[in-house]
Design a protein around this ligand. Sequence first.
Ligand SMILES: Nc1nc2c(ncn2[C@@H]2O[C@H](COP(=O)(O)OP(=O)(O)OP(=O)(O)O)[C@@H](O)[C@H]2O)c(=O)[nH]1
Ligand SMILES: [Mg+2]
Length: 222
Amino acid sequence: MAEIKVVTNMLRSNEELTAQNRKLLDDRGIFVVNLMSSPGSGKTSILEKVIFRMKNDLQIAVIEGDLYTSKDAERIGVHGVPVVQINTEGACHLDGSMIKTALDALDLDRVRLLIIENVGNLVCPAEFEIGEDVKITVLSTVEGNDKPLKYPLMFEKSSAVILNKIDLIEFTNFSKEEFYKDIRSLNAKADVFETSCFKDQGIDELCEWLRNKVENKLNGGM
Ligand SMILES: Nc1nc2c(ncn2[C@@H]2O[C@H](COP(=O)(O)OP(=O)(O)OP(=O)(O)O)[C@@H](O)[C@H]2O)c(=O)[nH]1
Ligand SMILES: [Mg+2]
């Protein structure tokens, strides 16, 4: 019983903090992405590509979630955009309190698009709202096309799904047919992008999608 109470309190506290974070971000019209995937699917690589293309005409900031290191924040920092690293010290997902700390470290008046790279994990991050407008899930071809059905929640809740490492598909048994069938059965509305960070494929389309979302939010819609 005691354990159940602790979890309940934690979730409630996360909800409260997330609501505060969301208000802070909504008041400024900042569009927020919660970027999730298994470890190594290509979240940071995609971010680097997106930032390179968009940073000159859009104010972008990044929050990097990682268990222990600041390796991803260092990669993003090279591109000259504001980035805050959160080390979860073993926790498998970001939560409202961590995001609050990170928001305090950013100059939000100079941000239009905030991308939060969650801890690499296909399960836990999907269960915690962190003040985002949309969730985006990345799956890479080398992980196998069975993952959406095996780990459905993240795919169900995402507004967009990115199928990354499309350049490697010929070396795998990944079935795009099965993948699209399963994604559609879980989430009929999700937009799907096929990307390769090595071949620069699909990144322009993803940037366009993000740009539209940022503009919609600025204009008061979602
Ligand atoms: N072939 C190929 N490799 C890629 C692609 N995107 C990323 N990679 C490689 O995949 C590895 C992992 O990429 P990351 O961007 O670090 O992945 P991540 O999801 O941020 O990883 P974590 O933050 O550890 O969860 C790196 O070696 C990348 O160079 C791609 O489109 N094609
Ligand atoms: Mg990363």
